[in-house]
Design a protein around this ligand. Structure first.
Ligand code: SF4
Length: 166
């Protein structure tokens, strides 16, 4: 992420959290800048954001994909109702990916989105484990098949593992 864009993202997050939780902005800013620096080598596709190395304390250094919520099954109980990806740091990217495709409720063929995520997965080196769609999902069998083939290609590169949250 370019420096100016990173600064903009940090300012947006600080404003939101300052308003909602009153967290000391200076401390928060340092944490966020570190976190953003850890998200290195990012590539943005039409529906997907691919991150080569994502610094998450829980998972360690892993590659990740974030997909617009236009990919989510609309019957998901968390859609608009507390989905973790709709707030905080993840929310910034979720909103951006959603806006890029006309909003989270945009009617887009699930396979079209899956092809985009597959392209994003193919862009990763395969040297780190992969957490698929930190945000987003495959809402049809056809979409899941497209993304799982990309995941197989990914795992074939260096034998790293892949997983996603259910
Ligand atoms: S990102 Fe996951 S939890 Fe959130 S709305 Fe989509 S499918 Fe549901």
């Amino acid at each position: 992420m370019a420096g100016a864009e990173q600064d903009h993202v940090v300012e947006q997050i600080v404003k939101r959290l300052w308003a909602s939780h009153g967290i000391a902005a200076r401390v928060l800013k340092i944490t966020l800048i570190k976190s953003l620096r850890d998200h290195t080598q990012m590539a943005l596709f039409n529906f997907t954001r691919a991150v080569e190395v994502s610094g998450n304390e829980k998972t360690g250094a892993v590659s990740t994909t974030y997909v617009s919520q236009a990919s989510c099954p609309k019957e998901c109980a968390f859609f608009n109702e507390g989905c973790y990806a709709e707030s905080g740091m993840a929310g910034i990217w979720t909103n951006r990916l959603n806006a890029q495709v006309g909003g989270k409720t945009a009617l887009i063929d699930a396979r079209q989105i899956a092809r985009d995520e597959a392209k994003a997965v193919d862009s990763l080196t395969g040297q780190n484990d992969l957490r698929l769609h930190v945000v987003g999902d495959c809402r049809t069998a056809g979409a899941a098949s497209i993304v799982s083939k990309a995941a197989e290609r990914f795992m074939g590169k260096f034998g790293r593992r892949m997983w996603f949250r259910r």
